[in-house]
Design a protein around this ligand. Structure first.
Ligand code: ZN
Length: 251
């Protein structure tokens, strides 16, 4: 069990549980088992608002800490609950980012999908980060370079990474948006996950001693019941994956 105070939350946007399971992800797999859990939101905004209160996707039937709803790596105090949820760190503030700031952390965030583009409507998600930059879904290499540069010489860090390549249209170096029709296919998302796994390896090497959560904000429909995309209610939109690293009682 490591003694680090640093936390990282890495979100593969739109990544379905079964897409992650079918992808070859040797680097991320070093960061714990892959658990099947349920999202807190149908699309990026509500899911991330939930993340930033400390509510992560859970499986209430699980007996594992963190995966079930009985423990969290970090949580915002005074959420109005009449019951107490165990947490490694309880923070006070407008959201958990503000809460980490109040504890002297350097809060660093980066966005891949357009909900983090810095426009007025997106400020509610990002305005509390001490350092934040938006890279769009097609610049994961630059995004990770920027993150690694900003990790240097910092201590007590809360790092948030939203990765856009797993979001439609799943554009990575081996696939251009011209390859895709109007709708995505799951094999494209699986390829995108594998690309993320290769690209994120240097970052994972730097945060191996941290408490790390790797998850997805919501899933995606690829034609199930005639449905495509997310922002709609379907099991495949709600079903996501999560990994916990550096936390006791879960692997
Ligand atoms: Zn999303």
């Amino acid at each position: 069990m490591c003694e680090t105070k640093n936390h990282a939350l890495i979100v593969l946007d739109s990544c379905r549980y079964d897409s992650f399971m079918d992808a070859n992800t040797p680097n991320m797999d070093e960061f714990g088992d892959t658990h099947r859990v349920w999202s807190q939101g149908l699309f990026t905004l509500p899911a991330h608002i939930a993340f930033f209160t400390g509510r992560l996707p859970t499986d209430p039937l699980s007996e594992l800490p963190y995966v079930s709803n009985n423990r969290r790596p970090f949580v915002l105090n005074n959420l109005g609950y009449k019951f107490k949820i165990g947490a490694d760190l309880i923070v006070d503030g407008e959201d958990v980012i503000d809460g980490f700031n109040n504890l002297g952390y350097t809060t660093i965030g980066s966005g891949g999908v357009n909900w983090f583009d810095g426009s007025p409507a997106t400020q509610k998600l990002i305005h509390n980060f001490k350092k934040f930059d938006f890279f769009g879904p097609f610049n994961i290499d630059k995004q990770l370079e920027w993150i690694i540069e900003n990790l240097n010489k910092q201590d007590k860090i809360f790092l948030f990474v939203n990765i856009g390549v797993t979001h439609y249209p799943y554009v990575s170096p081996f696939r251009s948006s011209d390859d895709l029709k109007n709708r995505g296919e799951r094999k494209f998302q699986i390829e995108a996950v594998e690309y993320v796994d290769k690209t994120i390896r240097p970052l994972l090497g730097l945060i191996r001693d941290w408490k790390v959560v790797i998850t997805s904000d919501h899933g995606e429909c690829f034609g199930e019941d005639g449905l495509y995309g997310h922002g709609l209610y379907h099991e495949k939109v709600m079903e996501v994956f999560i990994k916990y690293h550096g936390m006791e009682g879960v692997s």
